[in-house]
Design a protein around this ligand. Sequence first.
Ligand code: HEC
Length: 159
Amino acid sequence: MNPQVDKSVITTTVTLVAALVLLAVVLFMAAALVGVVDNVAPDDGSRKQSAVLERIKPVARVSFEQPKPVVAVQLSGKQVYDKVCAACHAAGTLGAPKTGDKAQWEPRFAQGLDTLVTHATNGIRAMPAKGGDPSLTEANIKDSIVYLLEETGIKAEAK
Ligand code: HEC
């Protein structure tokens, strides 16, 4: 082959390829533009943001939370009393009958332990339900009342 012809063939081929690539690019851009104009509604950015958050969200989470109710059941009467009831009953706050004051507790105990448990569980006048700690069980309440009464010198029935 003659080098002159050779060169012109190459030039033609390069030009053709370049033209095709350019055409493809232009078509692609036009298609993308049409697609953008057609499909995407005016966006405040939230869609994109939520998509990003969805993409980068962690695969799993490590939780250090403790299972709760089981712990509450295992508290002793004294523990519940110290944690919750003592806040009022130790000093007679809000007019609560004081722990250790037999004269105050005897008429209350005369109602029966079950009634005291019901009143302490549901609340009575200034006494909040469960002493204000809804995580306590009725058994917690009963145990703490038995403890409170024993501290007062009143022998409540065995648990
Ligand atoms: C926010 C203060 C407060 C806390 C905390 C509290 N009490 Fe009381 N409690 C009172 C008051 C005030 C009364 C008196 C209510 C009345 O008879 O007017 C009372 C009364 C009682 C009575 C007598 C109810 C009756 O029928 O006479 C019992 C029993 C009792 N509390 C148990 C408990 C126990 C058990 C706890 C802990 C789990 C507790 N209380 C925590 C304020 C409190």
